[in-house]
Design a protein around this ligand. Structure first.
Ligand SMILES: [Zn+2]
Length: 363
């Protein structure tokens, strides 16, 4: 039984075909230790992560390349839930960090199984976007109704946030990697560091679950192969239609909420943390769809064209509405609270970002 090794070979082959090298993790030991110290400095953080052995984290990171440790952690956990939830699903699956700048993931069938490829660009972009968002939040205890439009300390603060977001979206659209945007380093999110990493993780988890869902629903064998343009050439993948995309979104949402309830059963004492976690579960896809929608809006403004993805994917906000419907019965309005905050934030910043982009040139 070394079939997974065959799939691993397919992955290495794919990298080679596209002239790609696995990423190397860039954070130093010092940075990881600092990020950990920040994470446990809050009450929730210390409850959640206080007992973790940080040397173990360092060992995992040192034995990994790029974001593979993160992909391993999320996909192994997801797969355990999925095998329980879908006992008849017997495809072999291997999830890998894929070192391109694209803001997406894909399921790539091979004769030996299915490769789930999470693009590095998605991880980097999403982490920076969550960070930019958190930078505009009031400190805990500040009253939101006194804030500018409910989020910012002043109109100028809002403008700065819009500039950061604009740089991110532009650098993604123009060269698909951070350009004049700041590179994210652990610890930058200050008091909101926990929020930043949880939210970004929730996005990656959703994206992986969505690709798993295509495999579960049998979408990978039914379509015709099309080519997706990536910064490094073309990857063949299966053309999926709007109906299948919405199905994958809904199945992913269901898998995530089941995973959350399994965690809740395993840790009944951590009630508060679990309640917050359920809001993160919902906020992950909602953040992803809001960003997708913002990128599309900026791209339309700049180039007057639609992103190629829209050939196969329904409009982002239609997808957001579909997953909200799946989550709602599991917690009513309260499970949607953080996600509604995310949507509100984007609805207020969107126009400013577009304004900035129209005027902007990189230094
Ligand atoms: Zn899809």
């Amino acid at each position: 039984m070394t079939k997974l090794a065959d799939l691993e070979r397919d992955y290495q082959q794919l990298l080679k075909e596209h002239g790609l090298q696995p990423n190397v993790f860039k954070a130093t030991e010092e940075e990881v230790r600092q990020a950990y110290a920040n994470a446990v400095s809050t009450e929730i953080g210390s409850l959640r992560w206080g007992k973790i052995n940080v040397d173990r984290i360092l060992a995992i990171i040192n034995n990994s390349t790029g974001y593979q440790f993160l992909v391993d952690y999320l996909s192994n956990k997801l797969e355990r839930t999925i095998r329980r939830l879908y006992p008849s699903f017997d495809e072999r699956v291997l999830a890998r960090d894929f070192p391109t700048g694209s803001f997406n993931a894909l399921a790539h069938p091979t004769p030996n199984g299915i490769l789930l490829l999470l693009n590095t660009g998605l991880v980097r972009f999403m982490t920076e976007a969550a960070w930019a968002m958190a930078m505009s939040f009031p400190n805990p205890g500040e009253v939101r109704k006194d804030m500018y439009e409910g989020w910012w300390t002043s109109a100028q603060h809002k403008r700065q946030t819009a500039e950061t977001m604009a740089r991110l979206v532009l650098s993604y659209l123009l060269i698909e990697k951070p350009l004049c945007g700041k590179e994210y380093k652990p610890g930058q999110g200050g008091i909101w560091e926990m929020y930043t990493s949880y939210l970004a993780m929730a996005v990656f988890n959703f994206v992986l679950a969505h690709e798993f869902a295509h495999a579960i629903e049998g979408h990978l064998t039914s379509g015709s192969a099309i080519l997706l343009s990536t910064p490094v050439g073309n990857l063949s993948l299966i053309a999926k239609n709007h109906k299948q995309e919405l199905e994958a979104d809904e199945t992913a949402a269901l898998i995530l909420i089941v995973q959350w309830s399994e965690d809740a059963k395993a840790n009944p004492a951590e009630k508060e943390v679990l309640a917050i976690n359920s809001e993160f579960v919902v906020s992950g896809p909602i953040l992803f769809f809001n960003l997708d929608s913002l990128i599309t809006r900026v791209e339309n403004e700049l180039f007057g064209k639609k992103i190629p993805q829209s050939l196969t994917h329904p409009p982002a906000m239609e997808r957001a509405a579909a997953v909200r419907k799946v989550f709602y019965p599991f917690g009513g309005d309260s499970i949607l609270m953080m996600a509604d905050g995310v949507t509100d934030w984007f609805s207020k910043i969107e126009k400013d970002v577009v304004d900035v982009v129209k005027k902007m040139t990189c230094p």
